[in-house]
Write a protein that binds this ligand. Structure first.
Ligand SMILES: *[C@@H]1O[C@H](CO)[C@@H](O)[C@H](O)[C@H]1NC(C)=O
Ligand SMILES: *[C@@H]1O[C@H](CO)[C@@H](O)[C@H](O)[C@H]1NC(C)=O
Length: 469
């Protein structure tokens, strides 16, 4: 009895392992990358990578997804990943977005993280297609030296692999890295490698097996403003009386090489070309057209040094903190403005109202570590739902302001690691009973009326103690 059950168990175990092996085989069909071209842009503090993959189905069954791999250090800095496929011939070329999802990858070596790109139509055996991938990485450039004085430029390290990390065999590949200037201190050579001006070129390399990795370091000058918003809380308040009020609370930091030594304002002002080249003094903000009542203030009070340029397409606000920002320095401030409601509030087909506004941060070329967007709905709004084109954390809370009876439902959206690519429209839908629109005026009117009645009563009631006649 004991022996048969043991044999049975062994048999079952073998069967199960056979099944899992079969599953593994069927889940990694034979894709080959015919050519991979990677263009890496590290001219800004944010690293942007454009990847063109020409993939071929070298197996026998149909393939409906293509995997993209990231090293663990890259995966933790990944802010956004998008894929598309070009359709139509030369002049009528359009890019159709493809859906991208994290893929379970327990068998990927060295903790590589895989993402799966779903193709529009399955790729038949022997067919090939070209997939365009864009991804953005933040906090990847490391200032080295980590501390610089006022008269030194800022140098940074960029680490990557000369060959593309991929679960597939790659027939031919090339990588280029664009730096802000031709001031490149050093770069790891993996032949063939070359540098022309501000562009480094790795490859072409031929016939690399899956998960080839060849670490390289590039050390170069990058004096672009390393402006990082550590925390941004945006309050968007809808008033059905005609306006949208925005209040943005910023905690800004210069995340580049830390400033060492004393700061000389004299040197800063008179030797601007060499002094504090990695610091920044102004920041540019893109606001919607028809913005009004703009204010800019910090803990001390209003800051007058801001310039607003408005045209019919957009508005630009240039702000200047109280002092220039050097590496490691911070500034905290609030920017508020009003916008016409009819530009952002609409009615959907099913009679619900909705706000259509841009997600992300209005500061140009800036990353946000922690973004909170609060949409404060008018009093009496019900059943709010938010539609955001990427995953965000969301919850509801109540906001109370003066004259509120029941409070305002507030939709709170939170996202970490936000980059300019996240500045896309999002919507908040809600039901609204117009009766509530008159709640506040009615309260005011009744208050005035009650006061009036009280006055009349006071005047007419004779409280004096008269003599009885
Ligand atoms: C700050 O500016 C706003 C708008 O321009 C103004 O209403 C407010 O009175 C100012 N506050 C101070 C303290 O100057
Ligand atoms: C939201 O506004 C953008 C333009 O700012 C527009 O392209 C988009 O269609 C709008 N979305 C909805 C659902 O109205």
């Amino acid at each position: 009895m004991g022996r048969t059950s043991a044999a049975m168990a062994v048999f079952l175990f073998l069967l199960l392992s056979l099944f899992s092996i079969l599953q593994l085989v069927s889940s990694s069909p034979e894709i080959r990358v015919l050519s991979a071209e990677r263009r890496i842009d590290v001219t800004a503090p944010i690293a942007r990578v454009f990847l063109t993959l020409k993939v071929e189905n070298a197996g026998t069954s149909e393939v409906s997804e293509v995997l993209v791999a990231f090293a663990p250090t890259e995966a933790e800095h990944l802010a956004i990943l998008k894929a598309s496929v070009a359709e139509g011939k030369r002049k009528k070329k359009t890019y159709v977005p493809l859906s991208v999802n994290p893929s379970e990858s327990p068998d990927a070596p060295n903790g590589a993280q895989l993402y799966s790109v779903s193709l529009r139509s399955p790729l038949k055996s022997g067919e090939a297609t070209t997939v365009e991938v864009l991804y953005v990485l933040t906090h990847l450039l490391e200032p080295f030296p980590a501390e610089i004085s006022q008269s030194e430029p800022q140098l940074v390290y960029y680490r990557d692999s000369a060959t593309l990390l991929s679960p597939y065999y790659i027939v031919e590949q090339i990588t280029s890295i664009k730096t802000p200037s031709n001031k490149v201190e050093s770069f790891t050579r993996v032949d063939p490698a070359s540098r022309v001006g501000s562009e480094l070129r790795y490859g072409p390399y031929h016939d690399h097996g899956p998960y080839s990795y060849s670490p390289v370091i590039v050390h170069f000058e990058n004096n672009n403003p390393f402006a990082v918003v550590e925390e941004l809380v945006r309050e968007i308040e809808i008033s059905h009386w005609g306006s949208l009020q925005i209040r943005d609370h910023y905690k800004l930091k210069h995340a580049g090489a830390r400033h060492k030594g004393v700061f000389s304002r004299l040197e800063y002002q008179f030797k601007q070309s060499v002094s504090g080249v990695a610091s920044f003094r102004h920041l540019l903000m893109k606001l919607p057209p028809r913005v009004h009542s703009v204010y800019y203030r910090d803990e001390i009070g209003n800051i007058s040094s801001s310039h607003l340029h408005i045209d019919s397409q957009k508005s630009e606000l240039e702000i200047e903190p109280r002092y220039p920002l050097f590496g490691g320095w911070k500034a905290t401030f609030t920017i508020g403005y009003g916008l016409p409601l009819q530009d952002f509030l609409f009615e959907s087909h099913d009679g619900r109202r909705y706000l259509n506004f841009s997600f992300g941060c209005p500061l140009i070329e800036t990353m946000v570590d922690d973004l909170t967007v609060k949409v404060i709905l008018p009093e009496g709004s019900r059943n709010p739902t938010a539609a955001v084109p990427f995953p965000v954390d969301q919850h509801l809370e109540m906001t109370y302001s003066y004259l509120d009876v029941v409070g305002r439902t507030t939709v709170v959206l939170q996202k970490k690691n936000v980059v300019p690519e996240h500045n896309t429209p999002f919507q908040v839908y809600y039901d609204f009973n117009p009766v509530f629109m008159f709640a506040e005026p009615l309260m005011l009117i009744s208050a005035v009326f009650l006061f009036f009645v009280a006055c009349i009563a006071y005047v007419h009631v004779d409280l004096s103690i008269g003599k009885s006649s």
